[in-house]
Design a protein around this ligand. Structure first.
Ligand code: AMP
Ligand code: GLY
Length: 468
């Protein structure tokens, strides 16, 4: 089987690596060269991945059996529609259905129209005056969200990105003045998690839950980014996320798919829910119409040594064999190495020396993102996320320790968040939810699930495979 991968980042490298492990072939359409992904590919096309005509021409010439779209840009520009018109089954919704990601207003209105009670309080002011009225009605604190795509960097949260309501109002108005739409939302308190699922005509098949680290700097300081790293837990839940709340999030995703279907929008692709676990259960912050980046890396590295290509083709053609949806019972930690200043003023061009053998020996997978190949064993950082290191182990913090060990195999100037997947960070998040849910209870110790002893799996999955 031969699959087209659209996009050239670390997430696409991880998707490609999961596909080729089952003797399937990939070809890649991306704007940039990717030293890891291109190496796996039978053929590459250096094209604008958002160009439906060029991508489809390449897919046809390569006689691919199916296509999988990585980033949101090609979904927004109709690449999935063009591929389907050319009778190439595609993992990725139509441009219309991808509005679940490309328009936050569409997403909120869909939930409202169909009575899906998962949104925070929200408003979509249509004029500058309405912004003032909405801010007055809300009372602090609130969040300002441009409705369209912003690569994860457009959302402003009171207390982090602005202090006074008037500053949030100015930001909201600046989008309206430029002709865009903007949402104001009640600021929710809780812990975020990402839940991705394969969605097709035959049903919705969830992946392990993941927590993404959106802020640029350690201690969750700095601006929002596409994601600096992420972790997942052995039982496919998270230290602070019980099965009942994960199941509720799956229910919300199912309701969204049903709502779109009843509005005439079929969906074959990945649906990603960005949730906040609050005292009152999970609330939806956003939907994406693709694998998260980095969350897709956690999922792809956990994919059982099965046939990922067949699973993706099933999603693309409308019928998934549930036996192919198999993720190993291991914890994962992904950390992105980014150029210094990333999130604000990234300084591109830094040369990194990478020892891939040492990284593999540390039990860690290496995925290339925004880098250019340099001399032997060298890559040059671009302005975006450069290298993803994905560690796996039985416990989350052990996977984090493996990534930290693998960092010794990368020399040069870069920034990485060392706090992702540490015991301290996990305990803090767990305590946060415990306090929200039982404010009067005494502090309790770190739960077993984040410590090394093997907790029994909470989701039906296959037996653990010990690696590394
Ligand atoms: P989004 O692109 O909608 O996921 O927003 C980006 C980030 O902003 C999220 O990952 C959260 O950290 C934060 N955020 C978005 N909406 C809210 C909200 N209603 N309450 C608190 N934080 C939010
Ligand atoms: N990591 C968040 C996203 O992929 O949008």
């Amino acid at each position: 089987m031969r699959l087209l991968v659209v996009g050239g980042g670390a997430r696409e490298h991880a998707i490609g690596a999961a596909i080729v492990q089952a003797e399937a072939e990939i070809v890649v359409a991306s704007a940039n060269a990717n030293p890891g992904l291109d190496h796996l590919a039978r053929a590459t096309a250096r094209v604008d991945p958002t160009d439906p005509v060029k991508v489809t021409a390449f897919a046809r010439a390569q006689r691919v059996d199916a296509a999988v779209i990585g980033p949101e840009g090609p979904l927004a520009s109709g690449v999935a529609d063009a591929l389907r018109t050319a009778e190439i089954p595609t993992v990725g919704p139509s441009k219309d259905a991808a509005r679940i990601e490309t328009s936050k207003l569409f997403c909120r209105e869909l939930l409202q129209r169909h009575g899906i009670a998962a949104s925070p309080k929200w408003a979509a002011p249509a004029s500058v005056d309405e912004v003032d009225r909405a801010v007055a009605e809300f009372g602090a604190p609130f969040v300002v969200k441009p409705s369209g795509l912003t690569a994860g960097k457009g959302v402003w949260v009171q207390g982090s990105d602005f202090a006074e309501p008037k500053d949030g109002a100015i930001y909201a108005k600046s989008h309206l003045v430029q002709g865009g739409r903007v949402l104001l939302e009640e600021k929710l308190d809780g812990e975020e998690f990402s839940l991705m699922a394969f969605v097709t005509d035959s049903g919705l098949y969830p992946m392990p839950a993941v927590q993404d680290f959106k802020r640029a700097l350690e201690g969750n300081q700095g601006g929002n980014t596409g994601g600096m790293g992420s972790y997942s837990q052995r039982d496919h839940l998270l230290p602070f996320l019980p099965a009942a709340d994960r199941d509720r999030a799956v229910e919300i995703l199912r309701a969204i798919v049903a709502a779109m279907r009843s509005d005439g929008l079929s969906y074959r692709g990945i649906l990603y829910g960005g949730f906040m676990l609050t005292a009152g259960g999970p609330k939806l912050l956003e939907c994406n119409a693709r694998f998260g980046d980095p969350e897709g890396i956690n999922a792809c590295t956990l994919y059982e040594q099965g046939d990922f290509a067949e699973l993706l083709r099933g999603v693309a053609t409308g019928r998934v064999d549930p036996n192919l949806v198999q993720f190993r019972l291991r914890s994962t930690v992904v950390k992105y190495l980014v150029p210094p200043g990333y999130g604000d003023r990234p300084r591109a061009g830094g040369l990194l020396t990478v020892d891939p053998v040492g990284i593999t020996e540390a039990g860690v997978h290496l995925f290339y993102g925004s880098v250019e190949e340099g001399g032997p064993g060298e890559v040059r950082l671009g302005t975006s996320r450069g290298i993803a290191l994905a560690g796996e182990a039985s416990a989350i913090h052990e996977a984090g320790t493996r990534v930290e060990a693998a960092l010794r195999c990368v020399k040069g100037e870069y920034y990485v968040r060392h706090d992702i997947g540490t015991k301290e960070d996990l305990a803090r998040r767990w305590e946060h939810i415990r306090r929200l849910r039982a404010p009067n209870a005494k502090p309790s110790p770190l739960p077993l699930s984040v410590a090394p002893p093997d907790a029994p799996p909470s989701s039906a999955a296959t037996p653990d495979l010990e690696i590394g």
